[in-house]
Design a protein around this ligand. Structure first.
Ligand SMILES: [Zn+2]
Length: 202
């Protein structure tokens, strides 16, 4: 359980090969569907990326597989589509990556730039975590379990990012959000042990 390394020839649709993914010099993942969000800006000059922040989102909450998260990060959510959307349609947020239930990765912001995912936040005494972090959203809710495909893609993506940017720590949005309790994602059912075991950091 939880071991993604399979014998040759054993099929695993959620996992499509080690080493095929890479992040280029411009901060984009080779395998991602790139959808540039307007909700981004430059990181403060000289900032080192130090942190990965794991989130979850689905729109409306609990509904999977649609285009509304993508539309939300692109400021294209139609408030007339769902009552829930009326409250958030004008909120300008983004994340660097979104991993859908099937494990496919969409990238909204280059890793070199600042995505707007963490809000008021603090890590090791440093506030404003958007400045020095990369945000990864999993399609889900704070009370959902996540799919094998998501763990596979998240672990692979995280491994690449940790190596490339020498990231020091991986946290949940709930860990860093302030005031404490403002956010609880990705929730108690996110399996940190499984995730860390699957990462290929050596
Ligand atoms: Zn979050």
């Amino acid at each position: 359980m939880g071991d993604h390394r399979r014998a040759d020839g054993e099929d695993d649709a959620s996992y499509d090969g080690v080493g095929l993914w890479s992040v280029n010099e411009y901060g984009y993942l080779s395998s991602a569907d790139i959808q540039e969000s307007p909700n981004q800006n430059e990181r403060p000059e000289g900032t080192k990326i130090q942190l990965l922040v794991i989130h979850c989102i689905s729109l409306p909450p609990g509904k999977y597989g649609g285009v509304d998260v993508k539309n939300f990060f692109l400021n294209k959510l139609d408030p007339s589509d769902h009552p829930y959307f009326r409250g958030i349609a004008n909120t300008k947020v983004s994340a660097h990556f979104f991993v859908c239930r099937k494990g496919q990765v969409t990238q909204f912001v280059s890793c070199l730039r600042r995505a707007w995912h963490a809000g008021d936040s603090i890590w090791h005494g440093k506030s404003g975590c958007n400045d020095f972090s990369i945000g990864i959203e999993l399609e889900g809710t704070d009370k959902s379990v996540f799919t094998e495909a998501q763990y596979g893609s998240l672990a692979k993506l995280s491994s690449i990012l940790v190596k490339k940017y020498r990231i020091k720590d991986i946290v949940s949005h709930g860990d860093i959000a302030r005031p404490k309790g403002r956010k609880t994602d990705p929730g108690v059912l996110f399996d940190w042990d499984k995730y860390r075991t699957m990462m290929e950091v050596d």
